[in-house]
Design a protein around this ligand. Structure first.
Ligand code: SAM
Length: 340
């Protein structure tokens, strides 16, 4: 873990920093809590009680809040959800953000279902790239995991994203023991053919139905070993990304990443913040507290007041989540309500 800085006074200028010296410059922005998939490890089959529209930040509010974070040093945002593409007029929102902040890196995490028609308008509006979630390359297993028979359309979505220039394309794949763990080498083969990067995510205790158990976690080390024995891998240098990335030793295109949130937490280098669809700021996926940005925003708070609110919340960020401690407690929100 990082050590606490000697000067423990919360700065009132400069980047967003916490008491462990970590700088937060990456913001995940959830634009809706709704989703058109029902992934078993995320949401119940019947969905969740959706937020009423009046509780969701409007496009104008989102642009203002994102602007606040940009002025505080955020360099990159990722639009997420729920499923961001189900938010009406998403290309319009992307265009508004791009017009206001031309240099901001802006990507989106999506299940890919609607990309066949949205990839081009989103690219034209100024989105830089997409990460597409895909847990299986087999139709029946894809349906089993997402509760939607939609692998073909998601594949078409990947192609549409590539054609629209939303590259480099990354795939997110949650690996669950006894379900899709046998497919990791197939995914490696797929990215060698397509040039995409697949990022294997360890299953986290953030599913709404609370079916998570440690025995279902496939460790990143196991995943890397399985692929390396068929397609030897070379590790890339570590950056701020939570994913540890590997290239193929034989020079084939594509890349493999692993996100070891459970077996090797990366809290000491975490630079992320999350804004929920209804404008609550969270400094950690597993945070037990959040700060309400929407309330003061709608009550007419000045930019200075909002800045102080955000600075204080980031400053108080805990050292790290406690997945591996006996006293671990799940946050009340599940993944789709936070914005993964
Ligand atoms: N709907 C979009 C999507 O499918 O990418 C964005 C939101 S989704 C919540 C973001 C990511 O969180 C997806 O890649 C999903 O697989 C992942 N996710 C959801 N629940 C998870 C869990 N319990 N453990 C690990 N990853 C999870």
């Amino acid at each position: 873990m990082t050590s606490r800085p000697i000067d423990m006074v919360q700065p009132i200028t400069g980047p967003l920093v916490d008491t462990f010296g970590r700088i937060a410059d990456d913001l995940r922005v959830s634009v809706t809590d709704r989703c058109n998939f029902r992934c078993t490890y995320c949401m119940p089959a019947e969905g969740l009680p959706w937020l009423p529209k009046s509780e969701i930040l409007t496009f104008e509010e989102l642009v203002r809040v994102i602007g606040l974070f940009v002025s505080l040093g955020v360099k990159e945002i990722k639009l997420t959800g729920g499923e961001p593409t189900v938010r009406a007029q998403l290309p319009k929102l992307v265009g508004m953000i791009r017009e206001a902040y031309p240099d901001l890196a802006m990507s989106m995490t999506t299940n890919g279902l609607l990309l066949d028609r949205l990839a081009q308008p989103l690219a034209e509006a100024g989105l830089d790239r997409v990460t597409i979630s895909c847990d299986s390359l087999m139709r029946h297993r894809f349906e089993e995991m997402t509760r939607r028979d939609a692998l073909d359309r998601v594949m078409q979505g990947m192609q549409a994203a590539e054609k629209a220039g939303l590259t480099p394309i990354k795939l997110n794949c949650v690996v669950i023991a006894g379900t899709n763990e046998g497919e990791v080498v197939d995914f490696a083969r797929f990215v060698r053919e397509t040039g995409y990067e697949v990022r294997f995510i360890e299953y986290m205790p953030l599913d709404a139905e609370q079916h998570w158990e440690r025995a279902k976690v496939v460790s990143s080390a196991q995943i890397v070993d399985a692929i390396d024995s068929v397609f030897p891998l070379i590790a890339e240098g570590e950056g701020n990304e939570p994913a540890t990335t590997f290239r193929f030793a034989d020079g084939a295109p594509g890349a493999v990443g692993v996100i070891a949130s459970v077996t090797e937490p990366f809290c000491d280098t975490c630079n992320r913040l999350r804004l929920t669809a209804e404008g609550q700021l969270r400094a950690c996926l597993f945070a037990m507290s959040e700060v309400d940005v929407r309330g003061p925003l709608r009550a007419g708070a000045s930019t200075d007041e909002l800045e102080q609110l955000v600075r204080a919340h980031v400053w108080a960020k805990w050292e790290g989540h406690k997945i591996n401690h006996p006293d671990f407690q799940r946050p009340e929100r599940s993944m789709s309500m936070i914005g993964g």
